[in-house]
Design a protein around this ligand. Structure first.
Ligand SMILES: Cc1ncc(COP(=O)(O)O)c(C=O)c1O
Length: 399
């Protein structure tokens, strides 16, 4: 197979100009977007400007309260537009893990209920499920999706592990370790059609690696809960994420943490009930200076291209990286076919992965190791350069 999507000279110039907006890209070859994205200058400036504004006009004042409400509304609207859903379905959180916990702890679990996870979930989410199990006598088990990376049908494997008592399936849209993109719409359809004993089988999605990568229409995908963050592929600041809740699921999900942002109030300011939308799962004071930063980051990406354009370029680049790694002696990519997203995981036939990642870091190439399966993960974003991939391959060959 030959790589045929090399950019023209003018396209490379435009991309290099675009990259200049991201200070972190200047002094290294960055392949850790799945860990945290680099912030564009406009996002960094938005935080600084927000701090200056709040100090000048407050920090606590009627004007700043109105500003914080407006910032919250604007951030929610920008996220909702990216995910093609109504703003009312979005809860602003701090991280993927907080979003998953809102969904996990808000359900009225009964002893004997069952949660089905994939065997590729993030340890933080697995830990939350384990604690639900301990607290409420809920059973949980895993289904082997890792083995479907190159062959087999993840929908068939997953549905074969549903039980009459299953109430929730916990899966990632893109598996953080192998980079596999799961057929989420089919999985949701199969779970929702499953004739269980305990009502609808809810699907909770860890979207850490899919938001900012895939062109998404969450209303069409049909997942009940879709938890994401702004600080990875969207390149916002750490500390702001979100949770989409399907309207039918929201009616049945109780807020766990509760504060002044969750409730309606009467004329005396006393709480009278939940807000009618995703705000009911928001709690209290947050770092509102991060909200404009995420908006700026999203706008920076949109300025470069549509979600479809960006995804296509990510796939072009991950295919290139995968192909060049596959041609490199002593390297084996986990996938036997080009990746369908920006994560490329590979193994060295000899040597220690952690040592390799550390050596590469001293040379300016930032990658991470994964423990299960034991591998190195390199991520490409739409603004990665082919020349960065070439330099990484050279560095690996010279180790
Ligand atoms: C798949 C997956 N889930 C959850 C997380 C945790 O994300 P956060 O720190 O935003 O909760 C990560 C972070 O690496 C991840 O890759």
């Amino acid at each position: 197979m030959t790589y045929s999507s090399v950019l023209s000279a003018s396209e490379v110039t435009a991309l290099e100009q675009h990259r200049q907006q991201f200070p972190a890209l200047a002094n290294k070859a960055y392949f850790n977007f799945g860990g945290q994205g680099p912030m564009p200058q406009a996002a960094i400036a938005a935080i600084q400007a927000a701090h200056e504004y709040t100090q000048q006009q407050g920090p606590f004042s009627n004007q700043i309260n109105a500003w914080a409400t407006a910032e919250t509304n604007l951030a929610r609207a920008a996220i909702a537009a990216e995910l093609q859903v109504a703003p009312e379905t979005i809860t602003l959180t701090e991280s993927v893990s907080v979003g998953c916990n809102i969904a996990l702890w808000g359900i009225d679990w009964h002893p004997g209920d069952h949660i089905l996870l994939s065997d590729c979930e993030h340890p933080g989410i697995v830990a939350a499920v384990q604690e639900i199990g301990r607290r409420f006598g809920v059973e949980f088990s895993t289904c082997p999706l890792m083995q479907t990376l190159n062959q087999g049908d993840p929908v068939a494997v997953l549905t074969a592990h549903l039980r009459p008592t299953t109430r929730m399936v916990v899966i990632s849209h893109i598996l953080w370790n192998t980079g596999q993109v799961l057929p989420l719409a089919e999985i949701v359809a199969a779970c929702h059609a499953y004739p269980g004993e305990r009502g609808l089988v809810w699907v909770m999605v860890d979207a850490a690696q899919s938001v900012g990568v895939l062109p998404l229409n969450l209303a069409e995908l049909g997942a009940d809960f879709y938890a994401f963050t702004g600080h990875k592929w969207l390149c916002g600041a750490a500390g702001l994420g979100g949770l989409y809740i399907r309207p039918e699921a929201m009616a049945q999900l109780s807020p766990v943490f509760v504060g002044w942002r969750s409730v309606t109030k009467n004329q005396h300011g006393h709480p009278t009930g939940w807000l009618p939308d995703g705000r009911r799962y928001e709690v209290a004071t947050s770092d509102f200076t991060l909200f404009g930063a995420l908006r700026e980051a999203i706008a920076t990406h949109q300025h470069w291209g549509t979600a479809g354009d960006r995804y296509q370029r990510i796939c072009t680049l991950s295919q290139y990286l995968w192909q060049r790694l596959s041609e490199t002696p002593h390297i084996t990519c986990l996938r036997t076919a080009p990746p369908a997203a920006g994560l490329v995981s590979f193994q060295m036939q000899q040597g220690n992965h952690s040592q390799l990642a550390q050596t590469l870091e001293t040379q300016g190439f930032l990658l991470r190791t994964i423990l299960d399966p034991d591998c190195i993960r390199a991520c490409v974003h739409y603004f990665t350069l082919e020349s960065e991939i070439d330099r990484l391959i050279e560095a690996i060959r010279h180790l």
